[in-house]
Structure formats: structure tokens, C-alpha cells
Design a protein around this ligand. Structure first.
Ligand SMILES: NC(=O)c1ccc[n+]([C@@H]2O[C@H](COP(=O)([O-])OP(=O)(O)OC[C@H]3O[C@@H](n4cnc5c(N)ncnc54)[C@H](O)[C@@H]3O)[C@@H](O)[C@H]2O)c1
Length: 338
């Protein structure tokens, strides 16, 4: 069987999840990495016994590499994604896909021009519980969805921001409680409930010494007519697991992280298998590699079977579009239509 070969740009925290995930997939092999930080590059390339490049362009010229994982600060995702696409590499981009809709569109144009595949890391979409809830909604088992809310009351310490040279900045993080920490929740709402029609948002920096918002609330109207709340903060103690409430005319479901806590769905048994619980509401790296393994496996299969990845560039763009619309609404103090 063909082995798909990987290179990683960025040798920081999340890169280890990518490397460990690639290493447990039978027909995937990590062969190279690149970072501008010599120490990070040295430690990472030694740990995984791979070639380390100080210059990204040199790694992209390595003809053996099929897929590039982009694990740099978010503000560099678009630049490296376009570069990798122009070198005919398939790409896996960490969340957020990019910081603006314009940057997402640049990636889309480059990927279409070069006919390469793009997968945006949205690991929650691979959890059985969210997929089951999505199917329940689509089959109409909850009736008409009236209200769909997500609450992400997280904790990130002042040191978390102070020790990073990019987190909390507009240029490299592109946003805070929603664009960085909350994007996974925003993405699963779009996945389960559907696209958003309009949004009214309010975002503020209340308790952390950062440029971007540490607290935001938005009222959204979904295309199916449901109205919902999207709430995110990184400044509450001690921080709480993500909560999702979905209420319809015939039934309701509440989820805490990936687990069902209320299941009022007529004639449908609550699913037994429940996803592992993430601790990332209070610990930035408090989650396992399981989601990355599934998503990188999906890319390997997409290449071998020549099909679209499960979370492609068009899906990855949606959360960026919604979050930037919330920021725009907050700045202009007006309803934004997507
Ligand atoms: N999927 C998830 O759950 C998850 C979790 C954490 C982080 N992330 C995402 O992963 C990305 C990286 O986050 P992190 O916490 O690993 O950051 P980090 O700061 O730990 O690592 C970033 C690395 O990129 C390197 N880098 C910076 N500029 C570069 C350049 N020009 N060329 C090459 N390398 C460069 C840095 O030296 C550093 O080693 C972010 O986009 C973040 O949103 C996703």
C-alpha cells in the first residue's frame, strides 16, 4: 500500500500531536519539519528522527513530501498554505484556517489552481456523538429547531498569554476567546445546526492584558430559522466544560463537551458510546491525539481514494466567516448578514 509522506511547518505545542498522530497511522510517515526557531526545530527533528529545515521553502522543494501540516501561529496559515499549494503539496491546516475570509479565499484559489486537497483541523467533527446529534436533527427527530446555544466559559491564565509571542495579538491570533479557543465550538454548531444567516455580536477585553477579546457573546440566526447564543470567554475561574443546548418543537438535547447530559428525543435511544472528554476548557493542551489521528487518516484516505477530505477548505472557512462577522458586528454595533 502507498505510504503518504508528511512535513510539518512549525515545531511548537500542537506539532507534537500531529507527529504522534502521523506515527500511529499505518500508511503515513513523517519525514521532515521546519521552524525559524532553531531550538524548537532541533528538539523536534531529533525526537522524531526526521530532517529539520530552517527554511520552509527548502522543505517545500523536497519532492518526497505529499502533505504539509501547517502548525504555525494562525496569522501565518494563509501564507504557508498558499506556498505549499503552489509547490503542489496537499495541506492540513490547524484551526483557524486563516484569520480573515479574504485569506481563506486566497487558500481556496491556490488549492483549486494547483488541484491539491485541503483539510482544516476541526477534530470535533470526527466525534460520534456530534455526528449522531447532527443526523437526529437532519432526520427531524427534534421537530423544528427553535433554539441552539453554545457556552464556552474557559480559563486561560495571564501567563498563557504573557509567555507567547503571538497569542492574544490581532496580527497572529486574529481574535481571542472565539477565534482561538472557541472556534471548535463554533465549528460544531455550524456542523450540527447548519449555516448562519445573520449575527449580532458583542466582544470585549475584560480581564486579560491582550489586544483581542477575552469575552464575547453573539445572537445568531441559523438558516433553518433557529435563534441561538454563542458565548465564549477565556477569563473565568475555574473554567467550565463547553455546554451545548439544542431545543426543538419535539425534543431537546444538551451536551457537555462531547457527552450527552440531557436526551429528550422521543423514540430514539440515547447513544451508548460517548466521546472522551476534553479538558481544554482550562488546560490549553488538555486533549488526546485521537481527533488528529482520525483527521489525518481522513486526509490519507482522501489522497489514496482521490476524494474530498471530510473538513475541506470550503467547510473550514465557515467558522472564520462567522467569527469575523461577530467581530464586525461588535465593532459597528449592527446586525451583520452573512
Ligand atoms: N486543534 C487544536 O485543538 C489546537 C490546539 C492548539 C493549537 N492549535 C493551533 O495550532 C497553531 C499553533 O499553535 P501552538 O500552540 O502549537 O503554537 P506554538 O507557539 O507552540 O508553536 C508555533 C511554532 O511555529 C513556529 N514558527 C513561527 N513563525 C514561523 C515561521 N515563519 N516559519 C516556521 N515556523 C514558525 C514557532 O517558532 C513555534 O515553534 C495555531 O494556529 C493554533 O490555533 C490548534
Amino acid at each position: 500500500m502507498r505510504t503518504i509522506k508528511f512535513g510539518i511547518i512549525g515545531c511548537g505545542a500542537i506539532s507534537y500531536n500531529h507527529a504522534d498522530a502521523i506515527n500511529v497511522i499505518d500508511n503515513a510517515k513523517l519525514i521532515a519539519c521546519s521552524d525559524v526557531n532553531k531550538e524548537a526545530l532541533g528538539v523536534f527533528s531529533k525526537k522524531y528522527d526526521i530532517v529539520g529545515y530552517g527554511d520552509v521553502e527548502n522543505m517545500l522543494n523536497n519532492k518526497e513530501i505529499d502533505v504539509i501540516c501547517i502548525c504555525t501561529p494562525s496569522g501565518l496559515h494563509a501564507k504557508f498554505a498558499v506556498m505549499a499549494a503552489n509547490h503542489k503539496k496537499h495541506i492540513i491546516i490547524e484551526k483557524p484556517m486563516a484569520l480573515t475570509v479574504k485569506q481563506c479565499d486566497e487558500i481556496i484559489v491556490a488549492s483549486e489552481k494547483n488541484n491539491i486537497k485541503v483539510e482544516v483541523i476541526c477534530q470535533n467533527r470526527f466525534k460520534n456523538t456530534f455526528r449522531f446529534v447532527k443526523s437526529i436533527i437532519e432526520e427531524g427527530k427534534l421537530g423544528k429547531i427553535v433554539s441552539a446555544d453554545i457556552y464556552m466559559k474557559y480559563y486561560r491564565s495571564p501567563e498563557y498569554y504573557a509567555t507567547s509571542n503571538w497569542k492574544g495579538t490581532w496580527a497572529m491570533d486574529g481574535g481571542g476567546a472565539l477565534m482561538n479557543q472557541g472556534i471548535h465550538g463554533v465549528d460544531i454548531m455550524l456542523f450540527m445546526i447548519g449555516n448562519v444567516k445573520s449575527v449580532f455580536g458583542h466582544a470585549k477585553t475584560l480581564a486579560r492584558d491582550i489586544e483581542v477579546e477575552d469575552t464575547a457573546s453573539a445572537i445568531v440566526e441559523y438558516e433553518n430559522g433557529a435563534i441561538g447564543v454563542i458565548q465564549g470567554t477565556t477569563s473565568v475561574s475555574p473554567g467550565y466544560p463547553r455546554k451545548v443546548e439544542i431545543n426543538g418543537t419535539n425534543g431537546s438535547i444538551t451536551l457537555i463537551e462531547g457527552n450527552i447530559s440531557i436526551w429528550d428525543v422521543p423514540n430514539v435511544k440515547q447513544p451508548e458510546s460517548q466521546s472522551e472528554s476534553s479538558k481544554s476548557f482550562k488546560d490549553p493542551m488538555g486533549f488526546t491525539i485521537e481527533g488528529h489521528v482520525m483527521q489525518i487518516t481522513d486526509m490519507v484516505e482522501a489522497i489514496i481514494d482521490n476524494k474530498a477530505p471530510y473538513v475541506d477548505q470550503y467547510e473550514g472557512k465557515k467558522a472564520v466567516e462567522l467569527i469575523t462577522a461577530i467581530y464586525e458586528s461588535s465593532n459597528k454595533r449592527e446586525l451583520i448578514t452573512l
